[in-house]
Design a protein around this ligand. Structure first.
Ligand SMILES: Cc1cc2nc3c(=O)[nH]c(=O)nc-3n(C[C@H](O)[C@H](O)[C@H](O)COP(=O)(O)OP(=O)(O)OC[C@H]3O[C@@H](n4cnc5c(N)ncnc54)[C@H](O)[C@@H]3O)c2cc1C
Length: 390
């Protein structure tokens, strides 16, 4: 069933991988997509929150994979003060299991061959050029040649490293996460709720993402450099005990999110890396779904173009790194700087800011006005932010 050679082999069947495979196949390349797990989309390691506008650019919305729609954000300061923001945008809480399956189906429909339970455990390389992958199937091992390999193997990525890229993140740029899907609770369906504080989730935040009126993804992400002797699971248990003591735990999952800068290079001779494998998640929020879709689309298009030109060396594939930097690089750098600032704010500063914002009329609380008002009332916050950069 698996052939000896393809134009493009994609490693990993998450959003980045399926989009890469779909667009490479749609551009005329022969494509093999390999996923190590039994099922695309399982286990779900995600709070499933995503902005409608960003998502709509890549896939047509479908009620089958939208669990709920919401538009507002609530920030809860360390002292419990709540600040509501009406964002005027619509967000979705997805059903990632169905969503990831659908992306895989679309890749297959475009002509890609999708294989699950196919673990890639090495690359075929020659003179510094990637030329294929080594695969372990349940019943045998095999080697498959490829003109281009796309590493979409997520946070645990090894493709980039095997190919010679530096894809290690500093502990401060890595969020370790734990999440429970809680049932039998009461949640405000209209709000995504984010809780901050050194006693809640140091260097990160705890979230409540409603999937209905009595069910939510409740999780926390803490910076690996600031776990204060507790792991993410223990931080979350403490949070759940406090806010949802009677909840039923319907599912739980551990995972990690890259919250750092992009690697200097996202490509080389015969390969590219995309999505979490290339630290493309938003460093501030940890949200990586739409960036994974975007990167997959660009990588697939670049791969198909290279195959048509019959040239897939480093120079040709540089188009991927360039397009990514031009379209998303500045945002990513900006969010990284904001993350560095926000995650170093003291609890006291957070509380002061929350008290100021609570006094603003709800309709005035746009992100820009919130920022300006906080600074106008308490310029010391700016000094604290500036201090986190030196
Ligand atoms: C707890 C948690 C909550 C999150 N919440 C949100 C959220 O609310 N919104 C949001 O936008 N983002 C969220 N994220 C981040 C989001 O899940 C990722 O950014 C997104 O899934 C990245 O997509 P990807 O395709 O790059 O990687 P993944 O979705 O991780 O897919 C990688 C795939 O590669 C496979 N793979 C790995 N190694 C191999 C191998 N050697 N061979 C074959 N297959 C392999 C894996 O099994 C996996 O299926 C969250 C992450 C965590 C951990």
């Amino acid at each position: 069933m698996i052939r000896d050679a393809y134009d493009v082999v994609v490693v990993g069947g998450g959003p980045a991988g399926s989009m890469s495979a779909r667009h490479a196949a749609a551009g005329g390349a022969s494509v093999l997509l390999l996923e190590k797990d039994r099922d695309l989309g399982l286990p779900v390691r995600c709070a499933e929150g995503v902005g409608k506008e960003a998502l709509d650019r890549y896939v047509d919305p479908d009620p089958r994979w939208i669990s709920s729609k919401l538009g507002n954000v609530r920030f809860t300061a360390p002292d419990g003060t709540q600040v509501d923001l009406l964002t005027n945008t619509v967000g979705y809480i997805l059903n990632r299991r169905v969503f990831d399956h659908e992306l895989g189906r679309q890749a297959a429909q475009a002509g890609a061959q999708v294989i699950t339970k196919a673990y890639v455990n090495g690359l075929l390389t020659r003179n510094g050029t990637v030329q294929g992958v080594k695969i372990k199937l349940p019943d045998r091992s095999l080697e498959v040649k490829a003109k281009i390999v796309i590493g979409a193997d997520g946070i645990e990525s090894r493709v980039g490293r095997w190919a010679g890229l530096r894809t290690h993140w500093a502990p401060k740029d890595f969020e370790t996460c734990y999440q429970m899907t809680l049932g039998g609770i009461e949640v405000d369906e209209d709000f995504v709720d984010c809780h901050f504080g050194n006693d809640v989730a140091p260097g990160g935040y705890a979230w409540v993402f409603p999937k209905g009126k009595d069910i939510a993804n409740v999780g926390c992400g803490v910076s690996v450099s600031r776990t204060n002797g507790k792991n993410a699971k223990q931080w979350l248990e403490q949070f759940v005990e406090h806010h949802f003591p009677k909840a039923s735990v319907l599912a739980c999952v551990a995972g990690g999110v890259p919250a750092g800068k992009l690697p200097k290079k996202l490509h080389g001779n015969g390969f590219m890396i995309v999505g979490d494998a290339a630290a493309m998640a938003n460093p501030l929020t940890g949200g990586g779904i739409t960036n994974a879709l975007a990167a997959g689309k660009v990588a697939g298009e670049v791969a198909a173009g290279a195959i048509r030109k019959e040239s897939w060396n480093e120079k040709v594939l540089a188009e991927f790194s360039q397009r990514w930097d031009k379209g998303w690089g500045n945002d990513q750098r900006r969010f990284y700087m904001i993350k560095e600032a926000v995650h170093h704010l003291s609890d006291d500063t957070f509380n002061r800011a929350a008290h100021i914002l609570c006094k603003m009329p709800l309709q005035d609380r746009t992100l820009k006005k919130v920022f300006m008002t906080t600074l106008a009332h308490d310029p010391k916050i700016l000094i604290e932010i500036a201090r986190s950069f030196v």
